[in-house]
Design a protein around this ligand. Structure first.
Ligand code: NA7
Length: 539
């Protein structure tokens, strides 16, 4: 490395210009640190920049999702729907970028391929796809949990001659389904949003389902002028409620237990939740349904009944009812007339457990039973979630140690924000961070504010190097594992537990998310800071 390169270009380099990266930049500017954001896309927005597929929208109440840090912003911005759609969400990100003049410290089309730490100079050097290098004293990753889309490992995937899209790299120009034979692979939260839209205009839609999920009604609707006034007047209460809740949502678990409630009262409560907007049925349910199998069975049976009531053909309903996991133990897809789609003549559900996909051909998808001719295939096959965004970069800490090697036998972190052996590197929304299982902007603001305090201290005290100790990391990692054990989700296969059928060696469950709740997590972060960053060495 040349002498010029060993000199830091910036105090801080941030990877990612989504919700986390934008706010982090804003806070670091206030502190007076020179900062550069490197972003793979052509503009801001992160998740809302990439995931442009029709039907994409918030599953959080819009007004609980936006930033809370600026009263002026809250006053100026108006959401048009209770659960806002992607185009509006992306407009919001642009509005924020304009308002705070964020783009002047951002480089777009700058996908980071490598990040190496220089132990002597206490410097991070980042390389982007175009071969350009930039160095910074600190590195903050703001890449979220879905930075790496996953194509399925299916033979012949490149041979298909029709249109093919992954939902997370959706074209910027409109895609029409009208009059086309469309195949959608996947039935996760993304697919459920998309399928409802495709079914409206496609000549024929084949849904290739491997594992059904427990979906619940979103009950979205426009925000009236009167409601708009109410929302603006009650932002303090909205954010207070989110702050106190387990996962940063406006819904928090009911104090009662399903198993201590009599059948009629339980049924009435489930009916109420099913009829209400948003994640209430997941996050605002009885306190035992996500931790006790018997309690969970009561809500699963209720939702199964609802599915059967909504789908005309009992044989199809059977295929749509999950059998290998209970309600809420995987991410609950939120839907608007999703189940009714299967009553339409132009829609067919293909159960891959009965007839697996054998290959993709030039003209469509072959299962063990049929050759399905298609004009378009949509891959709603998810992500290499949580850790994939890190492993796709060559991140090296002290002594040239690769992060992928460090995590080869399981993720280890301190607070989900720092990794021992990777000084001056911080992971917003990282694995083991409460933000990875949260109404994400609520937890992002906590992460960023905590980071900003630390960086203000770095500046004030002239610190060159900040890193966590091996003991602190081991203790936090053990705590994260303990918190996961009590949750039923840790016993099911999904991206929550690191399972990915499309990646070799990813068939064993691991602990990636912090399940101890956002308030407890915030308290722990605050304690660490109040104790002079206990568990970290500041030099
Ligand atoms: P998910 O939740 O990981 O869903 C991916 C879907 O794709 C799921 O139904 C998978 O079935 C299916 N899939 C993946 N690979 C294959 C192959 N090879 N063959 C057939 N089906 C396959 O991703 P989403 O994008 O829906 O959601 C991710 C998050 O984004 C979500 O949690 C929200 O927070 C926003 P499987 O269940 O593995 O059998």
């Amino acid at each position: 490395m040349t002498a010029q390169e060993r000199k830091a270009n910036y105090d801080v380099l941030i990877i990612g210009a989504g919700i986390a990266g934008m706010y982090m930049l804003h806070r670091l500017r206030e502190i007076g640190l020179t900062t550069r954001v490197l972003e793979a896309g052509t503009d801001v927005g992160g998740t809302w920049y990439w995931n442009r597929y029709p039907g994409a929208r918030f599953d959080s109440e819009s007004y609980s999702y936006g930033y809370s840090f600026s009263k002026e912003l809250l006053e100026e911005w108006e959401w048009s729907e209770h659960f806002s759609p992607q185009p509006e969400n992306l407009r919001y990100c642009n509005f924020v970028a304009d308002k705070f003049d964020l783009r002047r410290d951002m480089d777009f089309n700058s996908k980071v391929t490598a990040a190496h730490f220089d132990d002597d100079a206490n410097l991070w050097t980042l390389e982007t796809e175009d071969g350009r290098r930039r160095s910074g004293r600190f590195l903050i990753t703001a890449i979220g949990v879905f930075a790496k889309p996953m194509m399925p490992a299916i033979d012949g995937i490149d041979s298909f001659k029709g249109e093919a899209y992954h939902t997370a790299t959706w074209p910027h120009d409109p895609v029409s389904f009208a009059g086309k034979r469309v195949g959608v692979i996947g039935t996760g939260a993304t697919a459920v949003q998309l399928i409802q839209e495709v079914a409206k205009t496609a000549a024929h839609l084949n849904v290739f389902q491997r594992t059904p999920n427990w979906c619940a009604p979103l009950h979205n609707r426009p925000i009236t002028a009167e409601e708009q006034q109410e929302i603006k007047a009650s932002y303090d209460e909205i954010f207070k409620k989110c702050r106190a809740s387990y996962a940063g949502f406006m819904h928090d678990s009911d104090r009662r237990r399903a198993l201590q409630t009599d059948a009629a009262e339980r049924e009435a409560f489930y009916e109420k939740l099913y009829g209400e907007p948003g994640f209430g049925i997941w996050m605002g349910n009885f306190r035992d349904v996500l931790v006790d199998e018997e309690a969970n069975r009561t809500i699963s049976e209720f939702v199964a009944r609802k599915i059967r009531e909504r789908v005309d053909d009992p044989a199809i309903a059977d295929k749509l009812v999950p059998t290998n996991h209970g309600f809420g133990t995987r991410r609950v897809p939120m839907e608007t007339r999703y189940y009714e789609v299967y009553n339409q003549d132009n829609v067919r559900l293909i159960d891959l457990r009965e007839t697996p996909i054998e290959r993709i051909t030039e003209t469509g998808i072959d299962t063990s039973a049929d050759a399905h001719d298609l004009d378009m295939i949509v891959y709603a096959t998810g992500f290499d979630a949580v850790t994939g965004g890190y492993s796709q970069m060559d991140i090296r800490g002290t002594g040239g140690q690769a992060l992928t090697d460090k995590w080869a036998d399981g993720v280890r972190t301190f607070l989900g924000l720092q990794v021992e052996g990777f000084p001056n590197m911080f992971t917003l929304v990282g694995p083991h961070n409460a933000a990875s299982f949260c109404n994400i902007p609520r937890c992002i603001e906590q992460n960023v504010d905590w980071m900003a305090d630390l960086m203000a201290k770095v500046k004030a005290d002239g610190l060159a190097r900040v890193e966590s100790t091996a003991d602190a990391e081991a203790e936090w990692t053990a705590h994260v594992h303990l918190m996961a054990q009590r949750m039923l989700f840790s016993k099911t296969n999904s991206w929550f537990t690191g399972i990915n059928s499309n990646l070799e060696g990813r068939d064993q469950r691991s602990v990636l998310l912090y399940a101890g709740g956002a308030p407890g997590y915030r308290d722990k972060c605050d304690e660490v800071a109040a104790a002079g960053y206990a568990g970290m060495v500041l030099r």
